[in-house]
Design a protein around this ligand. Sequence first.
Ligand code: SF4
Length: 312
Amino acid sequence: MHFPQNRRYNSFVGYFKEKYGSRLQKIVVDAGFTCPNRDGTISTGGCTFCNNDAFHPSYSTSEKAIIDQLNEGIVFHQKRYRNASNYLAYFQSYSNTYASLDILENRYSQAISHPLVAGIVIGTRPDCIDNDKLSLLKDIAKEKIVIVEYGVESIYNHTLKRINRGHTIECAIETINKTAEYGLDQGAHFIFGLPGESKEQMLNYAQLINNLPLNSVKFHQLQIVKNTPIEEEYNKKHEDFIEMSLDEYIDFFIDFLEILKPEIHIERFAGEVPPRFVNKTPWGKIRNVELIRLLEKRLEERDTFQGARFSR
Ligand code: SF4
C-alpha cells in the first residue's frame, strides 16, 4: 500500500498536499456559538472532559470579528509554517451548526469571503445537524472546501452516558451516513482512555470506523483538564482510567492502525493541551511534530503500516 509522502499511514496533511497541491493550514475561529449540552437544551454541565478554553489559541475569541480572527491567525501561522499559502477557517469552539440557518450562513460567509481562505471546517455534535444545514454546507462546497468534523468520542453508549455526552453512538452513525448522502467531506473525533474502557474495547473503535463513510479521523488521548467533572471522577475512581506511557500509547495506536482501513486519513493521533490547563502532564511537554516522529520511528521498527491487519 502506498501512502502519500512515503509514510506508513495515510496522513491528512499528505492528502491535502496531494489533493490541493499545497499545505492547507487551519485557522481556529470562534463564531460565538454555544452548545446544547451546556445551554440547558440537553444539559447544563457539558461533557465531563470539556473546557473549551483549553483548546483555544489566543487569537481566537468570540469578541473579535471572524475576519480579524482570521487575519491574526494567518499572521501567527505565517511565522511558523512559511510554506502554507492557503487556509481553512476552522470553526472549532462549541457546536458550530447550533444556530438558525440565517446565522450559520452569515458566519460561514464571513469566513469564506476572506481571500486567503480556501474553505471551512465545521466542528459540531452529531445531534446538531439536519437536512437544511447539510444542504447549506453542500451549496458552499460547490465553491469552497467544506469539511464537517463530528465529535463522536466513544463508540460505547455506556461511556457516552458516563461522560454526559448527551447523544448515542446510533445518533452519530445515522448523522455520518446522512452527511455522506450529501457528498460532504467528513471526519470524526474520538478520545482514547475514557473511563471504564480497556485497550481491547478501544481497538474495537476501528471496526466501527471502517464501516462508516468517513474520510478522516482524529484521536486524542484523554487528558484530565483542570476544573472539569472528569478531574473529580479521576481523583475518586482512578482505577477506572487506563493510563499509558507515551511508548505504550504509540504501540497501542499502531495496533489500532493495523486494523484500520487504509483509505481513512489520520489527521491526528494524539495531542497536548497546554500544560497550564491539565492536572498533570504524564508525557512531559511534547510537541506534535515530535509525537509524529516517534510514531513513524516505531512503525519502522515494527515494520508495519496502517491496514496491515485489515481485511475487507
Ligand atoms: S465537548 Fe463540545 S459538545 Fe461537549 S460540552 Fe464541550 S462544547 Fe459541548
